[in-house]
Design a protein around this ligand. Sequence first.
Ligand SMILES: Cc1cc2nc3c(=O)[nH]c(=O)nc-3n(C[C@H](O)[C@H](O)[C@H](O)COP(=O)(O)OP(=O)(O)OC[C@H]3O[C@@H](n4cnc5c(N)ncnc54)[C@H](O)[C@@H]3O)c2cc1C
Length: 422
Amino acid sequence: MELPVVVVGAGVAGLCAAEKLREAGLEPLILEASGAIGGRVRALEGFADFPIELGAEEVHGADNVLLGMAKDLGIDPLRHFTTDDMLRLDGELCFLDQAEKDADVRRAFEFIEGLGSSPGGNWTAEEHLIRRHFPRRAWHYLDSRLGVEHGTTLDRLAMRGFLHYEKGWEARETNFTVKGRYLDLFRPAIEKLRDRVVLNCPVKSIDWRGTPLLRGLDGREWRTQTVVVTASLLVLREGVIAFDPELPGEKVSATRAIGMDAGMKIILKFRHRFWDERLYFLHTDGFLPQYWAAAKGKSESSHILTAFIGGSRAEALARMQVDPVRFALDELDELFGSDLARRSFERGFVADWSADPYVRGLYSYPSTNTTEADRAALARPLDGKIFFAGEATDTAGHSGTVHGAMATGWRVAREVLAVLGS
Ligand SMILES: Cc1cc2nc3c(=O)[nH]c(=O)nc-3n(C[C@H](O)[C@H](O)[C@H](O)COP(=O)(O)OP(=O)(O)OC[C@H]3O[C@@H](n4cnc5c(N)ncnc54)[C@H](O)[C@@H]3O)c2cc1C
């Protein structure tokens, strides 16, 4: 039987595309490689007395569509204030309102505020800081706020990309987390689509010479008029899905030009809280540039610090072949002293996204090779038959986010409907 549309991937983009297609009267089939719906929105249960987000954790920006969805569901988002962030400066930990009195830190704040009007040349953020003789003392704050936030390191992140990113971004300073699971925000869509999703069903190949034919790793086949591919940039770059005919050159080049790096969250649970109650983000000058108090506002009795690392640092950590949990504990003991972290440590968990064969890394970011045309090329449909969504195909400056992935799902649904005439 020939289906009207098959969606590859039940992450946010796939869910949003399928929901719109369903509303328009089509019954999309969704093939998902992993054993769960959500993709890079996934929570760890049973580790603490609340679900810990392994992927997306924050809702970025006060105008975010996700906040409206939370309101409709009666979910109260937790707002985080940058005044609750701490920075290590000259070996001392201090809150940002204190640190702000330092001229070098103020320069770092001004640098972030002025990004929208930065020259955005074709060089990395690191090269930009060197050219500007930016003081090394405050460099690590930018590493944490810009490098880590974009899922990479300053030596990979392109200044030119910022311009585009900043133009499309509203209320960037305001961040929220969700009480419960992030994926709860998608509960209505998941409930409507659950019986249309086939889990543990990796798509091995897509033959689109005639009417598209999808083949699963287990030998199953689906003939369909249209296909929506939502697999991550690295899944496409590394040829996990074989296309016949092969993907056109512009798409292959785009998968190489846009950045997406290895990375992980290191989640540490402690018996006691040895950090200030007010702390949310901790920006350090260590090898792991950023931690946050993941239980803040969510649990009184669980004491969690999550470290996040991507880019060249995540690759270096992998090369060192150390246990990331032990590594983070050593760094925390160096930061807080008196073996506080080690003595209070209860358990750890590493969410290494590079090890997920159907994601393979964190999320896309602008590298010095990326042009605005690359994301458009990645998004461009093939022959009115194969359509592309997913965070990396966002062209409005919201790539690497949940709301960016959602927008691509809605966009691709419009494209499919235009072709199928619904
Ligand atoms: C550690 C981490 C932290 C993040 N933090 C934030 C944050 O705080 N805020 C924010 O807004 N965003 C954050 N993000 C980014 C956000 O999670 C993603 O942008 C978004 O979830 C991507 O959705 P997607 O649908 O494009 O891709 P995915 O979620 O990757 O969905 C694609 C799906 O396709 C499936 N798939 C792949 N190949 C195949 C195949 N061959 N056959 C069948 N299925 C296949 C995959 O298993 C996956 O489920 C974070 C991401 C990570 C990894």
